[in-house]
Write a protein that binds this ligand. Structure first.
Ligand code: NAI
Length: 389
């Protein structure tokens, strides 16, 4: 493949992994983050810009990056492809900083897209070709900031969508080759907003496990298991959340706005993704608790005093998956006058527990909040306007 100049926006785990993997393939790789202290830390840890990578137990050393900068003008215009690889709450800051430096032919790739990127794109990135991926292709962790990263697992395929909806196949083929992944293109970006299962699994389990005692404390060794802790009752909550989202997608599919086959139920998604590692298929809760891929993962927790831990309801399982996930579903359902009692209960409780009070402040969030991505904030007030994007 022709050697490309790419710029990766972000300085977290995913950005480290993408930078090292693309440098390994010989591309010219820049990193951009608007956070100046992050750039300074990167350069002081690694002044020669040579990264180490471990992937599939293979180790690679001295993978050379081109530039690391907090000045968008220095690294955005020259890129053929610009990747945005940050949690959704950072999208707005990145987009604001890079948009005037994107050239006409640059492809912007958002990984992961999360809910509602389509509204931000319509208002702030008009005329830019954009591809969004449902999730990060890799499970990855930065080992040493700016220097070393480990890719623990790689997905074979990932749902993706573009703006405009029909984008040149040349872009998609190029991306597949770059990322070594199959992109399953869906009808539109709203489909990604609907089919994001993280917005069901993460808030659903955080709520279900702690609905009787959100302020429980435990020692480090007793931090509860997250997926393996899914009980029959938590499984019922997850099923209800999934049913409400599939119900919304079904309504939209009647007008051919989405293709219902592209919005699988949680049960179907588990079968598609994990049938090789699930030991017990008899119920949704058992499919979680017996899934070997989820073994040992624990509830995100914070230490409130020496040795005493409690669930962290500000972790991205809530702070990303509610305002950039379930809350958007809630808004779309309201536009169609659909009731979502289970989604309401989950959002309401998690918002009370983390102090964000999403449900009580929904009207204000729609008008003013840049810390979520509700369609109304971008003046998309009805379903028709959303599908004109
Ligand atoms: P991370 O937490 O490592 O990313 C943090 C980075 O985001 C920071 O280093 C900074 O560069 C950027 N950032 C944060 N706040 C910012 C702001 N206000 N302005 C500009 N930049 C800001 O996240 P990670 O692990 O790289 O994940 C990225 C996305 O991928 C998230 O949505 C995550 O949920 C998702 N994901 C991650 C997986 C993983 O294995 N790391 C697996 C599946 C999904």
């Amino acid at each position: 493949m022709k050697k490309l100049t790419v710029t990766i926006c972000g300085g977290g785990n995913g950005a480290h992994a993408c930078a090292a993997l693309l440098a390994l393939k010989g591309h010219k790789v820049n990193i951009y983050t608007p956070l100046q202290d992050e750039v300074e830390r990167f350069l002081s840890n690694n002044p020669t810009l040579e990264m180490d990578l471990e992937v599939n137990n293979q180790k690679y050393e001295n993978l050379k990056l081109n530039k690391v900068s907090f000045n968008a003008e220095e690294v955005i215009p020259e890129a053929t492809i610009v990747f945005v690889i940050v949690p959704a709450f950072a999208h707005d800051n990145i987009v604001e900083n890079i948009r005037k430096h994107l050239s006409k032919n640059t492809l912007l790739v958002v990984i992961p897209n999360r809910g509602g990127f389509e509204y931000q794109a319509k208002i702030k990135l008009a005329a830019t070709n954009i591809v969004g991926l449902q999730t990060l292709p890799w499970a990855c962790r930065t080992r040493e900031f700016g220097k070393s990263v480990e890719v623990l697992g790689t997905k074979k395929s990932v749902q993706s969508a573009s703006i405009p909806n029909e984008i040149s196949d040349v872009y998609i083929k190029q991306l597949e080759e770059l990322l070594d992944i199959e992109l399953i293109m869906v009808k539109n970006m709203v489909t990604l907003t609907l089919s994001n299962v993280g917005q069901i699994i993460h808030p659903g389990i955080m709520y279900g496990l702690f609905k009787n005692n959100p302020y429980v404390t435990y020692s480090k060794d007793d931090i509860p298991l997250f997926y393996q802790g899914v009980t029959e009752d938590v499984g019922r909550i997850l099923n209800n959340l999934s049913d409400e989202i599939v119900g919304l997608a079904t309504e939209l599919s009647r007008e051919s706005l989405v293709d219902i086959d592209e919005v699988p139920s949680l049960h179907q998604w588990l079968l598609n993704s994990y049938s090789h590692t699930i030991q017990d298929f008899t119920s949704l809760d058992k499919m979680f608790s017996s899934n070997l891929s989820y073994q040992g993962l624990r509830v995100p927790s914070k230490e409130i005093e020496a040795g005493v831990y409690t669930p962290d309801f500000n972790y991205r399982y809530v702070s990303e998956d509610v305002p950039y996930g379930l809350l958007i579903i809630k808004s779309l359902a309201e536009m169609l006058n659909l009731e979502t009692p289970q989604i309401d209960e989950v959002i309401n409780s998690l918002g009370e527990w983390n102090g964000d009070n999403y449900m009580q402040k929904l009207g204000i969030i729609k008008e003013f909040s840049r810390h979520s991505r509700l369609p109304e904030f971008y003046s998309f007030n009805n379903i028709g306007s959303i599908f004109e994007i």
